[in-house]
Design a protein. Structure first.
Length: 154
């Protein structure tokens, strides 16, 4: 499913880039037909690749004239940091959310590709810890410390 998901994600991001309105409207069934897959695979891509953490808002209207609207959100560094610190204040941050925030920082050019890869490498080291709660707590602390350091160096 990964190649299908990657191709569909790339296609949708290209459409978004070309869209003067900042969003695209599509029908699941038509997109599934274009990629020769079932609509549930379209749902999978939308739910995993176009999340709020990654800077997208997906709206859906069901029915005969139903559609899916994907909107690329514009967020400032302050908004991203606020989201991050809300998670950290709660004590934990999931791997998906942390990686989504790193990706978003990179896409908005707040960090370089090298910095994003270094941050992800640090987080990869946490997979050796069996306790999920401890993993999420350490991930939050490490991510917060890395971002604070980047802000200080900017």
């Amino acid at each position: 499913m990964s190649n299908l998901a990657d191709g569909m994600e790339e296609y949708l991001k290209k459409l978004l880039t070309l869209s003067p309105s900042g969003y695209i409207d599509l029908k699941r069934k038509e997109l599934a037909g274009k990629f020769n897959c079932v609509p549930s695979q379209v749902n999978y891509v939308l739910e995993t690749r176009f999340t709020l953490e990654k800077g997208y808002l997906v709206e859906s209207k069901r029915g005969g004239k139903g559609f899916v609207r994907i909107r690329k959100l514009q967020a400032s560094l302050d908004n991203i940091l606020e989201m991050l610190f809300q998670d950290i204040t709660s004590g934990r941050i999931s791997d998906d959310r942390a990686r989504g925030l790193i990706q978003r920082l990179y896409e908005l050019k707040y960090i370089s590709l090298r910095e994003s890869r270094l941050m992800e490498a640090v987080l990869d080291g946490l997979t050796n810890i069996n306790d999920k709660s401890l993993q999420e707590t350490l991930r939050g602390r490490l991510l917060k410390d890395m971002i604070i350091m980047l802000i200080k160096l900017a």
